[in-house]
Design a binder for this molecule. Structure first.
Ligand code: ZN
Length: 193
């Protein structure tokens, strides 16, 4: 069945701000009783995470409230390519001209030619924290983090709250949690490992 993660990414926290917003987000989750303060071995990819708190069901709708979380929360601070993990990104949309570029072929194979400039920019951003991609439709040079990905496949950011094996987050929870970040844009990147 694999492990299911949902990561709420703050798209607007700068490298300098990320730690402060991490503290703010965690404080809110603790105050709501959704996670516990003392970290344990409950997440993948990190030694320790925050286990679910008594009010964990506040993250989901009543239809999912019997799905007790099977893991905890890893707060990730620092430049990160947040990714849905398995499979390929299907498409990417330019924020300037709104044109969508398909990144897979009709037979669901990766379209290497379409992907190449994005893949190169992804590696550059991962190493240097900045990268532009020339939009194939309008030829504008656009910073990689500004592109929108189908199914929120990628997010390029400095702060993420990664929950392992939690029930599907409700829109209400996502909205309430996003409010903690004072108008920053947030996105939910999810996938299975
Ligand atoms: Zn464009």
């Amino acid at each position: 069945m694999g492990d299911y993660f949902q990561t709420i990414v703050d798209l607007d926290a700068s490298p300098e701000e990320a730690a402060a917003y991490a503290d703010r987000g965690l404080a809110w989750l603790l105050s709501e009783g959704m996670v516990l303060p003392d970290r344990t071995d409950c997440v993948l990819g990190a030694p320790l995470g925050h286990p679910p708190g008594p009010n964990w069901a506040g993250v989901c709708g009543p239809e999912d409230a019997s799905w007790e979380p099977g893991g905890g929360l890893d707060v990730q601070v620092g430049r990160t390519v947040f990714s849905a993990g398995q499979g390929e990104p299907e498409a990417v949309t330019c924020p300037r001209c709104e044109a969508t570029t398909r990144l897979i072929t009709d037979t669901w194979q990766s379209d290497d030619e379409a992907w190449e400039p994005f893949g190169a920019a992804l590696r550059t951003w991962d190493e240097e924290g900045e990268a532009d991609v020339v939009c194939p439709a309008c030829a504008a040079s656009v910073p990689l983090p500004e592109y929108r990905w189908a199914d929120d496949f990628f997010a390029f950011a400095h702060l993420g709250f990664e929950f392992w094996n939690w029930p599907h987050f409700s829109d209400e929870f996502l909205t309430r949690f996003a409010d903690v970040f004072e108008g920053h844009r947030t996105v939910r990147v999810w996938g299975k490992l």
